[in-house]
Design a protein around this ligand. Structure first.
Ligand SMILES: [Zn+2]
Ligand SMILES: [Zn+2]
Length: 158
């Protein structure tokens, strides 16, 4: 067996242990989520799933996201002012911080070495050893500030 297990296999195993069945709908929800690449609310997953199967209920999406969380395939994030967003665990393992737009809910990931180092320094100065941290910067994204210089930059560079 290779080191990266097929996530569907992991889910299947977990669902078996719970005495449930990996139904076609649950499998579809899992596949849509893995392909999406991060930060989706249950609602967003539902929207995408319904393009393939309009009969899937939001309740089934919620229950499936819970199963995915239980077996470590999805990492739930609670950002201020948004519903729970799920990140595929493979992505969440790589440390990153977040910028969150309070207007449209857009989430951008970043890693900044200076910020990382500074946090360790602050902790050390206070006698702490950091085990983990979450950094969330809230504000308005370039798209939500249409007259911003950044938005013009975004508009011309994309
Ligand atoms: Zn925005
Ligand atoms: Zn993220």
């Amino acid at each position: 067996m290779n080191s990266k297990r097929d996530p569907i296999e992991v889910l299947q195993h977990h669902i078996d242990r719970r005495g449930l069945k990996l139904t076609r709908q649950r499998r579809l929800i899992a596949e849509v989520f893995f392909e999406s690449g991060g930060h989706l609310a249950a609602d967003d997953v539902w929207d995408r799933v319904r393009r393939t199967d309009p009969n899937v209920s939001l309740a089934t999406v919620y229950r499936t996201m819970k199963l995915l969380t239980e077996c470590g395939l999805a990492a739930p994030h609670r950002f201020e002012g948004t519903s729970v967003r799920y990140e595929p665990a493979a992505e969440a393992e790589e440390h990153h911080d977040h910028l969150i737009c309070v207007k449209c809910g857009r989430i951008v990931e970043f890693v900044n070495e200076s910020i990382e180092a500074l946090q360790h320094r602050v902790a050390r100065e206070n006698g702490f050893v950091v085990t983990h941290h979450r950094m969330e910067l809230y504000g308005e994204c370039a798209v939500c500030r249409p007259h911003s210089v950044a938005a013009q930059g975004v508009a011309t560079s994309t």
